[in-house]
Write a protein that binds this ligand. Structure first.
Ligand SMILES: Nc1ncnc2c1ncn2[C@@H]1O[C@H](COP(=O)(O)OP(=O)(O)OP(=O)(O)O)[C@@H](O)[C@H]1O
Ligand SMILES: [Mg+2]
Length: 430
């Protein structure tokens, strides 16, 4: 075209931003966890601007969604105006925070606090959800996903970790487990965007936990008193939380924590060389030993040892039998884990975890529990208490049973037999 005017958008993406743009070309759903000031908001906004001209559909609709209307305005509105102001015919609606491109494309900014339903009734080709850790878990499935379905729209989720009780963490797990989703964590120590001097300054002015959360993107960092959080974050970063399949060439061992009035937790693992592969888990309450034994027997595994805590020797069945005896009758011969203090057990579990791998799907609840298991801060004596007894402690206790049973020198003791097992016949062979 003879009189076409070339408009230069004043944005030159950094390497992590290039990766985000590539992901948005190739994936429908992308989860980007990035340290503070890494450039994630800017990447999301510039992708929308590019999409306005490059996407082949007519009347492109895009939405930028932030936790609050105020945030949407303060984070995105200036960026949008800064990068689009040279485009002839561009229009801005300051009240609605809407930007209309001359070719009919449109970007609208939303704050979930103002009116989450404002997004309803529209279709979207691209949605950028920013600061997802602060957005309610219902917004995407109930409001945004239906609006994306008309034209198979894409969604970019961006955020920085904030413990494990929010939608960003759920999405992170989902995206990690699903190859159809893009998932990437950008840590400040790896991107090099913020220089070493600046990072040191930040480190001096924040607690270690704050720094790990905001700049190293550790999900467990903000769980006060977390016991295994640091180890799990490290395993996660090393890629030890991944898709692991059962290797039929090795036996599967189980370790149990048997709930009397609350839940029972069973973890399934394989020991291959020095590595421990946690491949499955079963956590449930309100069921007795026969239920769990039936369940594990129905699984495809060839079993090795079944490890149980020492309280399995308690007589608490109405017929006077111990749980170990009942299990034996049902075909499971438990090995009783050595009786060690909780603190020794925690130490051994930490050692075991450092050489462990987890299947992220089958062991999701185990990983969540390992992150959550924590001590309470005792204000009076200024010490962390013993571990808090909650949903996570049963699961962590079953891991502790595995750890103390597997640790050299404390191998689980074989439970005494009810009957001698041999072929010797007192009166000679028939
Ligand atoms: N490609 C780039 N070139 C130059 N400066 C950039 C680039 N990308 C981002 N910046 C600058 O880096 C800073 C942080 O960018 P942005 O707001 O996108 O980061 P963020 O990861 O969303 O941060 P936060 O976690 O604080 O929301 C801004 O000052 C922005 O102008
Ligand atoms: Mg941002």
């Amino acid at each position: 075209m003879a009189n076409a005017k070339q408009i230069l958008i004043p944005y030159s993406p950094r390497q992590p931003q290039r990766e985000i743009h590539d992901a948005l070309e190739n994936f429908r759903f992308s989860v980007v966890i990035m340290h503070r000031r890494g450039g994630k908001s800017m990447a999301g906004i510039n992708h929308m601007i590019k999409y306005a001209f490059t996407h082949t559909m007519p009347n492109i609709r895009m939405a930028y969604v932030a936790p609050t209307f105020r945030q949407a305005k303060s984070i995105a509105w200036d960026y949008i105006k800064q990068f689009t102001k040279e485009i002839p015919g561009i229009k801005y609606n300051e009240t609605e925070l809407r930007c209309d491109f001359p070719n009919g494309a449109r970007i609208t900014l939303y704050g979930i606090d103002a009116n989450p339903d404002a997004l309803r009734g529209n279709y979207y080709d691209l949605v950028v959800m920013d600061e997802v850790q602060l957005i309610d878990e219902e917004v995407f499935p109930k409001v945004i996903l239906p609006a994306l379905s008309d034209r198979k729209g894409k969604c970019l989720f961006i955020g920085t970790p904030l413990s494990t009780r929010n939608y960003l963490y759920d999405l992170y797990k989902k995206a990690n487990a699903d190859p159809a989703w893009y998932c990437k964590v950008f840590k400040a120590s790896e991107t090099g965007i913020i220089d070493e001097f600046e990072l040191n300054q930040l480190r001096k002015n924040m607690t270690e936990e704050e720094y790990r959360q905001e700049f190293e993107c550790d999900f467990s960092a903000s769980i006060s008193g977390t016991i295994y959080g640091k180890i799990i974050d490290k395993l996660d970063a090393q890629g030890n939380i991944t898709n692991i399949s059962y290797d039929p060439g090795y036996p599967v061992h189980t370790a149990w924590d048997i709930g009397y009035s609350d839940s029972t937790s069973i973890i399934f693992f394989q020991e291959i060389g020095r590595q421990i592969y946690f491949i499955d888990s079963l956590v449930q309450s309100g069921e007795g030993l026969p239920y769990f034994i039936k369940d594990i027997k129905n699984r495809e595994y060839v079993y090795g040892e079944h490890f149980a805590p020492h309280d399995i020797e308690q007589h608490d069945f109405s017929n006077g039998m111990t749980r170990r005896e009942v299990a034996y009758q049902l075909g499971i011969r438990f090995k009783v884990a050595p009786k060690l203090s909780v603190e020794e057990g925690i130490h051994m579990t930490s050692m075991l975890l450092s050489r462990s791998y987890f299947d992220q799907k089958q062991c999701e609840i185990v990983i969540d529990a390992l992150r959550h298991y924590h001590r309470k801060w005792n204000v009076n004596n200024k010490l962390f208490s013993k571990p808090v007894h909650d949903w996570s402690s049963h699961i962590c206790d079953s891991l502790r049973v595995a750890a103390v049973s597997l640790t050299e020198g404390t191998k689980g003791k074989q439970a005494p037999q009810l009957k001698a097992e041999n072929n010797y016949q007192v009166f000679g062979a028939n």
